[in-house]
Design a protein around this ligand. Sequence first.
Ligand code: SF4
Length: 302
Amino acid sequence: LQDDYACIYCIVDLHALTTLQGTEAVSHIQQNVVEMLLDWLAAGLDPKESILFVQSQVPEVTELQTLLSMATPLSWLMRVPTFKEKVKMQPENVNYGLLGYPVLMTADIVLYKAEVVPVGEDQVPHLELAREIVRRFNGLYGDTFPEPQPKLTHAPLVLGLDGAQKMSKQLDNHIELAATPEETTQRIMTAYTDPARKRKTDPGHPEICNIYRLHQSFRPAKAEEVDPQCRSAEIGCVECKRLLAQEINEALAPLRERRLEFSSRPQYVREVLAEGAHLAGAIARETMEEVRDKMGLVPRKT
Ligand code: SF4
């Protein structure tokens, strides 16, 4: 993506506060920010080509969230399925920020006038809401923001190791990029497969098995081999998972090596985030001048 687009990658620490609270937030957020940046750098995001920054370090985003919220009907937010899910998941903490989550997400996107947003399939409805908010704002105050378009990858929905829900740290069904090869293998060995396959001699159905889908993502040629072997019960699930763990560990080995190297350079990590906030902040301030002007607010520099 960074070769084809002017990319902006944001670590959304404010969004994290809709779930984390009090001492849990204080003890986790700063470290999690660093961990996420290390993952990105290890995966090849290059701060010379892309802007990498922390959401709260460009405070204009919260101003824009407030202004966009005035153009967002409450009913649009209350019907968002993830809001309803979160209410069920954390009934003791149904906060105002949780309801406004999609507005903050919209602000994250449009503050930089992003035209394309790389998302998973499950995020497409959220982006549609962002587009609705943009249309409404543009209708009320004149053309200001482009309507962001979703960009899906070749693996638009990666299911977690439970085989039922999307892969997510929060759901603890994920493969950690920073984990050791042993930890990765251990986790993969616990993954759900074809539920109809009770014994090794039962023929399997790769089309409903998440391990098979992961083979397809990591090494399509291996998936082609596994398909007939699974259907004819030539291969068992334990062996199949071991093969997948090996593929994933091989694919992640160079990334893990780079991650280790970046983690030994805390000063560089701080510099990347400072430079990212500086570059993102310049774009954000320009957008906010235009937004304030269009909404008839008193200019900041009077
Ligand atoms: Fe899934 Fe592999 Fe088991 Fe077939 S052999 S059900 S593809 S894990």
